[in-house]
Design a binder for this molecule. Structure first.
Ligand SMILES: Cc1ncc(COP(=O)(O)O)c(C=O)c1O
Length: 393
């Protein structure tokens, strides 16, 4: 086998220096490479494996659904029980105004769907989003992203997008009767975990209601228990008009969703019919896996324990080179004085069996987003490796 050579030769590369680790198995919070070396997963590949790897109920649900049927028809035409059961379960867990689920394949697609929905429903074209936001890599999602370096290489992008400052009450006034939607992460992820200041999200909610603008919460990273609540919006009890989920939502399978009320969602049903369609959106196997994941999250104490596990990280991770620990639940960021220190720590972690990573727009910050099932002992081990590395700098 020449897997390594063929990976570089035939698998399209996203950067000149991929990690190129080769794993043969993953179980619980651990990934195992070809030599048998074990790595604790501190990143969940990114914020996906919330229930850990090889979760039995998810695997059983996948196998049972694969035995019944795989793809039958493009999304929305046939009654496929995994989709219906999942949409019904979501409706039971969400406020009544979020009762209609449109399933897609990924996070970026959920964003694309929500862009079209908001424009179609409001009859307006302007979209507002935040500096340092990340909403995905497809053209529409990139257009509403908040990083100029990433966007500049691909211009011209979608027109009519305005970035404003996260946590700026002043900038909220730029939302007007011309704004179709505001896209916001209730905790900014790729910016290096930036928490909303008290009152910011409620002011945003109020301004959107005042101007008839749809408030879209991108919970693609923060959803599914990661922040110590099933959905991050529950922390402040602010209900968005549209909710986006993906990543951990699929239980390890590709799945995304944009969720709204039936009145708003009906804007995609007619004029034109089939105005938004997807072949594989809501794949039955992905929906079955998602339902199994949601059931476990809501029936176990995993979400509550995420906040307890956060405390262990905060207690253990004390060092003069740690400038800040930000975040909620198991959605945390460790900030170092420089990007170089972060790189050294990540390198040391990987050498010593801890999978660590940085953030797209915060290269001086280390990502802590392990599976929610991570044990206290595994947390202690990860923290020891991080501290060990800082002691050598
Ligand atoms: C907040 C947020 N939105 C959207 C996306 C895009 O999701 P995907 O990579 O599935 O397209 C991501 C991916 O990291 C994300 O973190």
């Amino acid at each position: 086998m020449h897997l390594r050579e063929d990976f570089f030769r035939h698998v399209a590369q996203t950067s000149p220096s991929p990690l190129a680790l080769e794993f043969v198995k993953a179980e619980g919070s651990v990934l195992i490479d070809r030599s048998g070396k074990r790595y604790i997963d501190l990143i969940s590949g990114i914020a996906v494996s919330n229930l850990g790897h090889g979760n039995k109920q998810i695997i059983d649900a996948i196998k049972n659904q694969a035995d019944a049927y795989l793809h039958l028809m493009v999304y929305g035409e046939y009654i496929e029980s995994p989709q219906v059961l999942l949409a019904t379960k979501l409706a039971s867990l969400l406020p009544p105004s979020l009762s209609s689920s449109y399933f897609v394949n990924s996070g970026a697609e959920a964003v694309e769907g929500a862009i079209k929905l908001a424009r179609r429903y409001t009859g307006r074209s302007e979209l507002i989003s935040f500096y340092n936001a990340y909403h995905g890599s497809s053209t529409g999602a990139l257009s509403i992203g908040g990083n100029e370096e990433l966007k500049n290489a691909f211009r011209p992008l979608m027109p009519g997008v305005l970035n404003i400052r996260y946590n700026s009450i002043d900038d909220i006034q730029l939302i007007s009767n011309e704004t179709a939607a505001v896209f916001v992460e209730p905790i900014q992820g790729e910016a290096g975990i930036i928490l909303p200041e008290p009152g910011f999200l409620s002011a945003l909610r109020a301004r959107c209601t005042e101007t008839g603008t749809l408030l879209v919460y991108d919970e693609i990273q923060t959803g599914m228990g990661r922040t110590g609540k099933l959905f991050c919006f529950e922390h402040e009890k602010i209900v968005p008009d549209v909710l986006l989920l993906s990543k951990a939502f699929g239980g390890g399978m590709p799945l995304g969703v944009f969720i709204s009320g039936t009145e708003i969602m009906s804007a995609l049903t007619v004029n034109p019919v089939l105005g938004h369609i997807t072949t594989f959106g809501g794949h039955p196997v992905s929906c079955a896996a998602s339902l199994a994941a949601l059931q476990q999250l809501t029936e176990s104490s995993l979400i509550v324990r995420a906040s307890e596990k956060e405390k262990i990280f905060r207690r253990k991770l004390q060092h003069p080179l740690i400038k800040d620990i930000r975040g909620k639940g198991l959605f945390l960021s460790l900030q170092f004085p420089t990007e170089e220190i972060n790189k050294k720590v990540i390198h040391h972690c990987i050498l010593n069996g801890v999978l660590a990573d940085w953030f797209l727009f915060a290269p001086d910050c280390l990502r802590i987003a392990p599976p929610l099932i991570i044990t206290e002992q595994e947390i202690e081990n990860c923290c020891d490796v991080i501290l060990d590395s800082l002691n050598q700098i």
